[in-house]
Design a protein around this ligand. Structure first.
Ligand SMILES: O=c1ccn([C@H]2C[C@H](O)[C@@H](COP(=O)(O)OP(=O)(O)OP(=O)(O)O)O2)c(=O)[nH]1
Length: 585
């Protein structure tokens, strides 16, 4: 019994004995544990599938539900804990769910997937209660994994609350029933946690701090200590996540594990290993979740320009979904850049999930084609002189994987949204549009770059898909021109020194607050090129006018212009009808 509970868990007493035989007949499980399989290539450490799905389940537990959708009464709060769930079919995530006011995560899975649950693997952020367990066992799932903290039917004691004591008896009964169901059922019901590869925590911390979303904030204000803000946010998240997912008191944790039939985990060194694995994963989640700090609501996802109709998602939901994508990016096979994408749609009916009307359409990360011997394929970036050794023609992008392995069709009458951690490139922009995606939430830090083998020129001009780009909230800080003019860059965006000219930074500012429209930019470019009287003017004019803003910066910089900021402001305010307030100019 304890062996089936723990056979794939490296913190577990049974794994050393049972692991070999378990691994031989189960290629999916072996695949799931290839946590460092790309290290051979000098790749950063990767998350194993098991750890990725576990982290996603924890994160789904924290999905921002609508107010009053949380459990209503004190008794219920003590008794039933909110739970996140990831449904995996083969190699793809087919469902991301969380419990709602009326239904537990397991019940939601049965309602949403029905017979399609057969053969799936389920990852719960808490051990599901017996009511859910009997239904999902009945549905014929392949495997059920759960986080070994306090279960859905809470076993935490010591509140001193009489209603809690009463519900705790219910919880003990439930735990026993769940245990009997487990030992008499076909699916493996187990704890699947794996130790992180060495350096993973530090890698996640560094890459989260260096992500495009924080890069945008740093670029907008060079004086700001973005690293310090990140560390504060990380500390706050760590405190919150420990409260939610970790049982601080060791004897209380042992008591819970025993009641859940996991007494083997209470023995040393397995108990310490288990707790260490839990703590490590919580720390990783805290770092990833800190990569979208909004700096006191000064930053968020905003549409560029007044022409964007439609209904944007709330900022908290958008950020939550981007963090799902950030987690997926830690499965990348690209030696340098991890990208993640998730696609969600808003259905017209079936609002029983904690996610409301939202349901998952697909998810993916950038990786070499499925089944390829990717160690044999080119891995280099654009710094490599020999273009044959560059990776770009071989890697499948995160958006491409999310669309290819989608678990639901995109419907014309529904709002479908893609969340992607990096500006979509020119390969992906037409795919996103062609698939019928209605909204994109992303960063535009790469927009306008052209590296020959990969370019990001189409995103700015993309029509017919609403774009919500991570940027300064112009409502909260409309007049922060000065801080924008002292912009700096960080991380991999350091090399964009062409933005150093005050005029270009001013253009960047106008664009970042959503004032600049493309046709206006084109007029401005024409004017700059005329004024600069550079020989390059006529040569560059045609292409400058057809491309996006950042590209324009580069070309206009090359003209060595001697246009003064005040002349430009004068031109801008008199020749173009803008929404820019006169105080700013
Ligand atoms: O829409 C996109 C664009 C890119 N990628 C992936 C593909 C590839 O794996 C990586 C390329 O990243 P980048 O353009 O940043 O190139 P790099 O040369 O790896 O990094 P950089 O030039 O920024 O140093 O990102 C996606 O998944 N989706």
């Amino acid at each position: 019994m304890a062996t089936s509970e723990s056979r794939f868990n490296d913190a577990d007493p049974g794994s050393r004995h049972a692991g070999d035989s378990a691994g031989k007949g189960r290629s999916d499980v072996r695949e799931a544990s290839t946590q460092t399989d790309a290290k051979v290539q000098g790749h950063g450490p990767r998350l194993s599938k098991v750890n990725l799905f576990t982290l996603l389940s924890l994160w789904m537990e924290l999905f921002p539900r609508k107010e009053k959708e949380t459990f209503p009464t004190q008794t219920e709060r003590w008794q039933v804990r909110s739970t996140g769930l990831v449904v995996v079919q083969g190699r793809s995530v087919t469902g991301l769910h969380c419990s709602s006011r009326d239904l537990h995560a397991g019940q939601i899975a049965v309602l949403k997937h029905g017979p399609r649950l057969r053969g799936c693997d389920l990852y719960f952020s808490r051990k599901p209660c017996s009511t859910c367990l009997k239904m999902i066992i009945n549905a014929g799932v392949h495997q059920i994994s759960y986080w070994p903290g306090d279960p859905e039917m809470s076993l935490l004691t010591g509140s001193g609350d009489s209603s809690h004591d009463c519900s705790s008896q219910e919880a003990v009964l439930d735990a026993r029933a769940a245990e009997r169901l487990k030992s008499n059922s076909r699916p493996h019901i187990c704890v699947l946690l794996q130790a992180l590869p060495s350096g993973m925590q530090q890698f996640v911390e560094e890459t989260s701090k260096d992500c495009d979303f924080l890069g945008r904030i740093a670029q907008d204000d060079r004086c700001l200590d973005v690293g310090g803000l990140f560390r504060e946010e990380q500390k706050r998240n760590l405190g919150d996540f420990n409260t939610a997912f970790f049982v601080q008191d060791q004897s209380e944790h042992r008591g819970i594990l025993t009641k859940m039939g996991l007494e083997n985990f209470c023995i040393e060194p397995y108990f310490s290993n288990l707790r260490q694995n839990m703590r490590d994963l919580i720390t990783v989640l805290a770092s990833v979740a800190s990569s979208l700090l909004d700096h006191g609501q000064r930053y968020g996802f905003y549409g560029n320009g007044p022409a964007d109709p439609g209904r944007p998602l709330s900022q908290v939901i958008a950020k939550h979904c981007i963090i799902q994508a950030q987690l997926l990016a830690y499965r990348t096979e690209d030696p340098k850049v991890g990208v993640g994408a998730v696609i969600w749609a808003e259905g017209k009916s079936g609002n029983c999930d904690g996610t409301g009307h939202m349901y998952l359409v697909g998810s993916g990360y950038n990786a070499y084609p499925v089944g390829s011997e990717y160690a044999e394929l080119p891995q280099m970036d654009d710094k490599q002189q020999d273009r044959h050794s560059r990776k770009y023609r071989y890697i499948i992008h995160a958006e491409q994987n999310a669309l290819t392995f989608r678990c639901a069709e995109l419907r014309e009458d529904e709002n479908t949204t893609i969340f992607v951690t990096k500006c979509p490139c020119d390969e992906c922009v037409p795919l996103i549009k062609g698939a019928g995606v209605k909204q994109i939430y992303t960063s535009d830090m790469d927009s306008g770059k052209d590296k020959h083998d990969i370019s990001y020129l189409q995103f700015d001009n993309l029509q017919g898909v609403q774009k919500f780009v991570w940027q300064r909230n112009s409502q909260v800080c409309p007049g922060q021109l000065n801080s924008c003019l002292s912009n700096g860059c960080m991380g991999k965006h350091n090399r964009e020194s062409e933005e150093d000219h005050p005029l270009l930074r001013y253009l960047g500012y106008l664009r970042s607050v959503g004032i600049m429209l493309r046709n206006r930019l084109q007029c401005i470019v024409k004017w700059i090129l005329q004024k600069s009287q550079s020989r390059q003017t006529s040569g560059t004019k045609g292409c400058t006018l057809s491309v996006c803003t950042r590209h324009m910066f580069i070309l206009s910089h090359k003209t060595n212009m001697n246009v003064s900021l005040s002349a430009f402001k004068h031109f801008y305010s008199t020749r173009l009808r803008t929404r820019l307030s006169h105080q700013l100019i």
